[in-house]
Design a binder for this molecule. Structure first.
Ligand code: GLC
Ligand code: CA
Length: 550
């Protein structure tokens, strides 16, 4: 909710919330910067790198989980929601990190895992102790369909049945993710209250909001009906099922409204959702019928198209522009769960140019942007070569078809020193060999580097009125090679055109902007020097043009 400000006691207007045009920078703490030589990144390490985050132009850090955890799913299995895992530091380190971030104008977003806890959390330990323990109903316990038979056909996202048998009480517990991550029962009001209080705890400490993990999976069908079976097998060798009874149930929205009330108790906080959804209509609902749910549900429909298809991007970006009721979309291409966009979109030959296209789609659109550490220097996915090197449970279960997510979690590449400057010890995941060229220190000296491209676009989107606030209007909509759009200045100032060549051949495009009320015949390039006639904008293979028009 935006703050109301009185001006001269007379005028009343809604100030724009700080996140409205923000760039969120996702940090995977294990992999960003180690400060004590144990090979694992930590809070003091991140604090040391805050000036870098600031110079990049990020407005907020999303910190993936730093709570105490057995680290089965590297922090997404939380055993205490109100403390810091000693691997990452102390609560004093955390407080200092937040203070230092705030001193630089950088907000801090915590990851909040509401769907499940660790099986080592005291609530679960109590819950499994007996069928009539007061915490029994905090989790989802059911009888099987017979000896050795789980209650139904529901599958874990991490492979195989979503139920684990507990011989002690002779019942099964449900886990959407790994067996060490039992799902909480969100129909139990005590669970809700406990979690809301946890969030208040962190907001009192000054955190600026939450990224809600796996938020669509809070509820399951109360009747435990089987999910519809689809043809074929998944990567784990299980029959495919359609996730209609364990994902995106309508009850999620009741919780989102409650969550919003809780965060609105603390002005200026933001709720971001991990919302992998099928279509724009479902995404729209996440904002709430009265804008009373999430401020920023992630739009995963644009960033994970996973092929450079002009028509798909045009359609999806346009949907975000026109079908979210004017709310800001949140675009994201990279995170700790997916192979890096470098590899998902790269063709193996023009990867660097393609990465610039991706950066442009992310940063020159009318959207809040989310970047994942290392994306800005062009880090590549480096999956483990041997099963014995795998750390991620997804890879352990899915090997060899599914190698897991280690490949996109490798240490941040800072400089050319040993271990890329990440640690003086042995890094928990190997540093990719390309760090010699692909690193912050080297790229900050090279005007042509990926880092400079990101910095340039980030600066532009913050300072240029059209790129900041202008409506996004698709241009040349029957062109299948080049994606072009206009960011129309909301006032009288210049607008911006953006053209991205999605092909390996040079392309030429021409623009007639008269229907947009723009009579210019020349565009002044904003990303390097020079200008181009609007009748003849030439683009090299996978080239990008960003130009100002009057
Ligand atoms: C989310 C996280 C992922 C985690 C899963 C279970 O998808 O991003 O890393 O494994 O939830 O918590
Ligand atoms: Ca460390």
């Amino acid at each position: 909710m935006s703050a109301l400000i009185f001006l001269g006691g007379l005028r009343l207007f809604a100030a724009e919330p700080w996140w409205q045009h923000a760039l969120f920078y996702e940090i995977y703490p294990r992999s960003f910067q180690d400060s004590n030589g144990d090979g694992i990144g930590d809070l003091n390490g991140i604090a040391r790198r805050l000036d870098y985050v600031k110079s990049l132009g990020a407005n907020a850090i999303w910190l993936t989980p730093v709570y105490p955890s057995p680290q089965v799913d590297f922090g997404y299995d939380i055993s205490d929601y109100e403390a810091i895992d000693p691997q990452y530091g102390t609560m004093a380190d955390f407080d200092r990190f937040v203070a230092e971030a705030h001193a630089r104008g950088i907000r801090v977003i915590m990851d909040m895992v509401l769907n499940h806890t660790s099986d080592k959390h005291k609530w679960f330990i109590e819950s499994r102790s007996s069928r009539n323990n007061p915490k029994r109903d905090w989790y989802i316990w059911r009888d099987g369909r017979g000896p050795g038979k789980p209650p139904n056909n529901w599958l874990s996202d991490f492979g195989h049945t979503a139920w684990t048998y507990d011989p002690h009480t002779g019942q099964w517990y449900y886990h959407k993710f790994y067996s060490a991550q039992p799902d909480l029962n969100w129909r139990n009001p005590e669970v809700r209250k406990a979690m809301y209080d946890t969030m208040r705890f962190w907001m009192r400490k000054g955190v600026d909001g939450f990224r809600l993990d796996a938020i669509t999976t809070l509820f399951e069908d109360i009747h435990l009906r089987d999910e519809p079976v689809l043809p074929g097998l998944n990567v784990y060798g299980d029959p495919n099922v359609q996730e209609t009874l364990t994902n995106n149930l309508p009850e999620v929205h009741d919780v989102l409204r409650e969550l919003r009330k809780v965060t609105d108790e603390f002005p200026g906080r933001v709720l971001i959702g991990e919302t992998y959804l099928e279509n724009i209509g479902d995404l729209r609902k996440m904002y709430g019928a009265h804008n009373d749910e999430l401020q920023l549900p992630m739009d995963t429909q644009v960033g994970f198209i996973n092929r450079l298809d002009v028509r798909e991007f045009r359609r999806k970006i346009n949907e975000a522009e026109t079908e979210l009721g004017g709310d800001m979309p949140l675009f994201v291409f990279d995170n700790h769960d997916n192979p890096r966009s470098w590899n998902r979109y790269g063709d193996g030959i023009h990867n660097e140019a393609i990465a610039r296209v991706i950066a442009t789609l992310l940063l020159a659109s009318r959207a809040v942007a989310m970047a994942y550490y290392g994306e800005e220097i062009g880090m590549v996915t480096t999956p483990p070569a041997r099963r014995e090197d795998v750390r991620d449970p997804v890879g352990l279960v899915g090997w060899p078809k599914e190698k897991g997510r280690d490949g996109e979690r490798t240490p941040m590449q800072w400089d050319t020193s040993r271990n890329a400057g990440f640690t003086t010890g042995t890094p928990w995941l190997p540093v990719p060999p390309n760090y010699i060229d692909v690193n912050v220190a080297t790229e900050s000296m090279r005007p042509e580097s990926m880092l400079k491209w990101y910095e340039g676009l980030i600066k532009l989107r913050a300072g240029n009125a059209a790129l900041r606030d202008g409506a996004e209007i698709m241009l040349n909509t029957s062109d299948y090679n080049v994606l072009s759009w206009l960011r129309k200045n909301p006032g009288a100032g210049p607008s911006v055109i953006v053209a991205c060549n999605f092909t390996k051949l040079p392309q030429t495009v021409s623009f007639d902007l008269r229907t947009q009320g723009i009579s210019a015949t020349m565009a002044r390039s904003l990303m390097d020097t020079g200008s181009a006639p609007l009748s003849h904008v030439s683009l090299p293979p996978f080239g990008v043009f960003v130009g100002e028009v009057r």
